[in-house]
Design a protein around this ligand. Structure first.
Ligand code: IPE
Ligand code: IPE
Ligand code: MG
Length: 257
């Protein structure tokens, strides 16, 4: 079962007339950062939480309206039990220590991913985090926790197949829009920029559907060192990209007309 209800997702919208800038980040490199310092991996994850806090503040200041961060993948259960448990502990601590501040600062928080496998108290905290911040609209923070894009796509297919079997929808009427509306990321504007840190060049099952027309920026910096400067750098690269969405440049269109 996915975390959060479809109704909740409707609340995740920007005020009318405002232009959105949706940035997603695969926050990678915590383990290597710790290793470089001769520390255990959890030390890197701890520093990664501080980097996330810095980056949320910077993102809001730099004009980002929506941010989706990959906190824990469905594949991360393959890690040693102690590391997984430390990561869950850090999430608990983050919600406890920072939720009130995020709420005061106008941040709307929602957490997407699979409920199954997560400690029950975390499922409760996640629901509460959204409940407490759902009326905020200055900045939208979506945290992908126990998330895998393939599972999310399969879940959407299941929901639509069930609706078709129940005679509620006509399979012929399924469109990319209606399919996208059945994903857990429903209600967010299209993804503009996807960043991955630590020099890895892969998606690792993150936002496969949503990244269709996103720009990709890969940065060598390890996540715990991330902050305003690195985000600004990524946004500057993004600003210089030419997004064509399958069409031609307006200049070229004029030439060939
Ligand atoms: C990212 O850092 C954090 C999570 C996946 C939770 P890693 O823990 O993957 O760090 P590296 O890739 O081993 O350096
Ligand atoms: C992706 O990073 C998941 C998160 C950042 C939470 P991983 O470190 O788990 O990805 P792989 O294993 O290198 O592909
Ligand atoms: Mg990694």
């Amino acid at each position: 079962m996915p975390l959060g209800s479809m109704d909740d997702r409707e609340a995740f919208r920007l005020a009318e007339g405002l232009e959105s800038l949706h940035v997603a980040i695969i926050m990678d490199g915590n383990g290597r950062w710790a290793k470089e310092r001769g520390q255990i991996r959890t030390v890197g994850h701890k520093a990664g939480v501080d980097a996330l806090k810095r980056t949320i503040t910077a993102a809001a200041e730099l004009g980002v309206t929506h941010m989706t961060v990959f906190a824990f993948s469905t594949e991360n259960w393959r890690r040693p039990e102690a590391e997984v448990s430390d990561l869950m502990g850090l999430l608990r601590a983050f919600i406890k220590a920072d939720l009130a501040r995020l709420r005061r600062e106008g941040v709307c928080v929602r957490i997407i991913g699979q409920e199954a496998g997560l400690p029950p108290d975390i499922v409760g905290m996640v629901a509460d985090a959204h409940e407490q911040t759902r009326d905020n609209s200055r900045f939208f923070l979506q945290v992908a926790l126990n998330y895998g894009a393939q599972a999310d796509i399969v879940e959407a297919a299941r929901v639509l197949a069930q609706q078709a079997r129940d005679g509620l929808i006509d399979p012929e009427a399924i469109t990319p829009e209606s399919f996208g509306a059945s994903l857990s990321t429903h209600g967010l504007p299209p993804l503009d920029l996807l960043i991955r840190t630590s020099g890895e060049h892969r998606l690792s099952n993150f936002l496969l559907w949503e990244a269709a027309y996103a720009e990709f920026v890969f940065q060598d910096i390890l996540w715990p060192d991330y902050g305003r400067e690195s985000l600004k750098q990524a946004l500057d690269i993004f600003a210089r990209r030419n997004r064509r969405f399958g069409a031609v440049d307006p200049g070229h269109a004029a030439q060939s007309a």
